[in-house]
Design a binder for this molecule. Sequence first.
Ligand code: ACO
Length: 432
Amino acid sequence: MSEDATLILGDKQYRFPIREGAEGERAIDIQDLRARTGYITLDPGYGNTGSCESAITFIDGEQGILRYRGIPIEQFEQAPNFVEVAWLLIFGHLPSEDEYRVFSHDLTVCANLDESMKHHFEGFPRSAPPMAILSAMINALSCFHPDFFELDDQAQFRMAAAGLISKVRTIAAYAYRHSIGQPYMYPDPALRYVPNFLHMMFSQPYAEHICEPMVRDAINLVLLLHADHEQNCSTSTVRMVGSSQANLFASCAAGVCALWGPLHGGANVAVLEMLDQIHQGQISPEDYVRMAKDKDSKVRLMGFGHRVYKNFDPRAKMLASVAEKLLPTLGVKDPLLDIARKLEEIALEDPYFVERKLYPNVDFYSGIIMRAVGIPTNMFTVMFSIGRLPGWIAHWWEQAQTMGNKIARPRQIYTGPTQTDHVPRDERPDRL
Ligand code: ACO
């Protein structure tokens, strides 16, 4: 096979090199296209655009494969440990005993927020969306840790990463406690990452929350299955903001905002709302699927479809199986699980979904698990953010290490008016 791609423009031919990734995926390297030809490429939604080379996560959407640093996602199912996966993604290898111990210690010492940050929570209305609080407070961390503005060496970066991963869970729990008018629970240094988070969410000054091992494992799995997904919308946002050399906190705060939307991380909330609507008897599963197929309805089957997966999302399979085991063990009978199963069954046999290769994605079952352990719906996307943070951090760092001073700056095809003259206000037509 030729190592170049040839582009013919009029009577001129241009050759561009082919770049091949570790798993055989191929790209035409057009970095000097505009300089050589005067043309740019147009790819709204970036479905065909590689924005970078990355060694963090591999996805084969056709085969339904997801690997973190080469390790298939399924291999994390038996002993799910979010902290190990965070280290793996950020530093490129599974942590040794010593690395794990040091990183866990870093997470413990970083868990508290500066006391004055508590006043920030008071400034938000009780009804504030937790994603808005999360983004604002991650950004506010920049004010308290100016030492992390310039991360020149790996040790300093490790502390900043640990600080962010640890504090985000405290911020998330405080946002929840504020929304229900309950006192903030300080992190408990004796607890591991997930039990500590659940303690801050659910303990009372008079009663300690006890985290069952099965719940701990389920939440570890939920978090680690969300930990990275290569160049998705929020990760690309983090990379783009980081490319301007904005600090790690500011870049990840932007990632939270990108994740919030219902076509991305916000879909887990939308799935629950959809299931609840069906449960309330407002619409049957069959009618919902019918509506999702009707282009005039603007309704989509939430938790279905993916830009990259044209097969089962492996994360959805794993979460469905956890939901099947967790709910009966906890004694939870959730009618929404039955509705989800029914919707999946209908959609997977419907030619509309089959032809378009629309399968359940990670958001389809994650909400049912979170709901079973008491996490309220408006915190679902916050949970996704906690999970995705190691991925954002890994990409922010990779981008800083590999892209140098190159700011991300796409171009456009301009479609507005050609040159026009300014008109004084009293001569302008009234368009109201
Ligand atoms: N329900 C009904 N139809 C759908 C759905 C859906 N959930 N998803 C895609 N389609 C249809 C589209 O209408 C389109 O049909 P057409 O070819 O007849 O016009 C076709 O499938 C292709 O859809 P696109 O929107 O072009 O696919 P894209 O890759 O851009 O979108 C997305 C992917 C945004 C995830 C989409 O499938 C969707 O909106 N899903 C529902 C929301 C959701 O679950 N988001 C979470 C994604 S996972 C994550 O971010 C963590």
